[in-house]
Ligand binder design. Structure first.
Ligand code: DQA
Length: 146
């Protein structure tokens, strides 16, 4: 199976950015771990990070008819990007949303996810492991779609 992995804005700054919230692990290390898990699951990953809404939307559109699922951390776009939500909804693929931090115990503006209603489910609060849990969830779903 081919999975598109999308990292939204500011996630290229992981390891430097607010380590008290997001930890010390950088994005390359997260991607490496994810790739190892993908190898075990016989998944092929296409991993992309962007700070630009339109670039993320273009990648989502590009997944249509090509990828089997999407794993996405939309970063702050989670909370207000109806355009990303609509793009995710448009491609009708299985999608899992992940967050390093538990967005529900942070500032109130982070409690809302406009993307959550168009994905299978959301995983938040497990640091880099959120991504691995998300990939496992996608794997399970693709084995036996509900
Ligand atoms: C985040 C949570 C968002 O609220 C924040 O804007 C991010 C990262 C997370 O992974 O915890 O950029 O998506």
């Amino acid at each position: 199976k081919n999975i598109l992995v999308l990292h939204g804005p500011n996630l290229n700054m992981l390891g430097i950015r607010e380590p008290g919230v997001y930890g010390n692990t950088g994005l390359p290390a997260i991607n490496e771990k994810l790739q190892k898990l993908a190898d075990k699951l016989s998944f092929t990953l296409d991993i992309f990070q962007s700070n630009h809404e339109g670039e993320l939307i273009d990648r989502i559109h590009g997944a249509f008819g090509v990828k089997d699922g999407i794993l996405i951390n939309p970063g702050a776009f989670t909370h207000y990007s109806y355009a990303i939500r609509d793009a995710l909804s448009a491609v009708s693929l299985p999608i899992v949303e992940v967050h390093l931090s538990n967005i529900h115990k942070r500032e109130s503006f982070r409690h809302v996810s406009v993307t959550a209603p168009v994905v299978i489910g959301q995983i938040a609060g497990f640091g880099p492991y959120s991504y691995e849990l998300g990939l496992l969830a996608l794997h399970e779903h693709l084995q036996s779609p509900a």
